[in-house]
Design a protein around this ligand. Structure first.
Ligand SMILES: [Zn+2]
Length: 269
């Protein structure tokens, strides 16, 4: 019954794709990969540690490359694998969160992060206003405009923002494996987290930080005027998400979890 519900949803959503400008698109801000299953949209705000030209890492910042400070390890692979399985659209950022963080509001004091682990980030010391405007217009706004356009045009039922977190925080190991973040609507997050727990994952709601504290800004902002799209953010522990076998198992289970939620949404609707 659930499968047929999902099929009917998929066929309803197979509308005039050409009209929606659903084409592969890549620039310095984002990489958009289209898909035919429009009930779901995946996003990944911290997918990349790339610095688009003309930016370069100051040599003092080389230690940040390859770390969670520059991007969310494993999140891009997770997005690509899940999007392929679902056949759904995927929006990936193409710039490091250290250049400008697209998952924070413009007035956030970590929009241009100046320190990491108590050390100075040279890329962001005494940035001039003109430089800030360039980063905002070229990278941040471009990403958000694309996300808002996709939300408005595709009207996906669920938007899932994919992220990863460090296994150790301030010398304390984190035992949580998956965080399901929400702000306004708990029901979808609760359902997703309950289903993760049924697969024996250590899943918690609004941990290791809360969607109620502005930490899922990008998808929240895109959905704020939508009566259709529900946003959630998933945080996976990065030592697990960068393990290919763990990720493969996760993606196949996440496919079942989200399919079930989409079907229930259809039945309820
Ligand atoms: Zn992140």
């Amino acid at each position: 019954m659930r499968t047929s519900g999902l099929k009917s949803l998929a066929s309803k959503k197979l509308i005039d794709l050409g009209r929606l400008n659903l084409v592969h698109q890549m620039n310095d801000s984002f990489h958009f990969i289209p898909g035919k299953n429009l009930s779901l949209l995946l996003t990944c705000e911290h997918a990349s540690q790339r610095l688009p030209p003309p930016w370069k890492w100051p040599h003092q910042d080389n230690w940040l490359i390859g770390t969670h400070w520059s991007h969310d390890l494993g999140s891009e692979a997770c997005g690509l694998e899940l999007a392929e399985l679902f056949g759904c659209p995927l929006l990936l950022s193409r710039f490091s969160r250290l250049l400008i963080d697209p998952n924070r509001p413009l007035n956030s004091n970590t929009l241009f992060r100046e320190t990491a682990d108590g050390k100075m980030i040279f890329l962001n010391q005494q940035i001039k206003e003109e430089e800030k405007k360039t980063r905002i217009n070229l990278l941040y706004k471009s990403y958000h405009e694309k996300l808002q356009q996709l939300t408005f045009d595709l009207k996906p039922q669920i938007i899932v923002s994919l992220h990863s977190f460090t296994p150790v925080y301030e010398s304390n190991p984190r035992h949580i494996e998956i965080g399901v973040l929400y702000n306004q609507d708990k029901s979808l997050a609760q359902e997703v987290s309950d289903q993760f727990r049924s697969y024996q994952y250590e899943s918690r709601l609004n941990e290791p930080w809360s969607g109620r504290d502005g930490f899922m800004y990008a998808v929240e902002n895109a959905c704020q005027h939508s009566k259709i799209s529900k946003p959630i953010m998933l945080e996976f522990r990065q030592d697990l998400l960068t393990n290919a076998q763990w990720r493969t198992d996760l993606v196949s289970r996440l496919y079942k979890v989200l399919s079930s939620c989409l079907t229930q949404h259809v039945v309820q609707g």
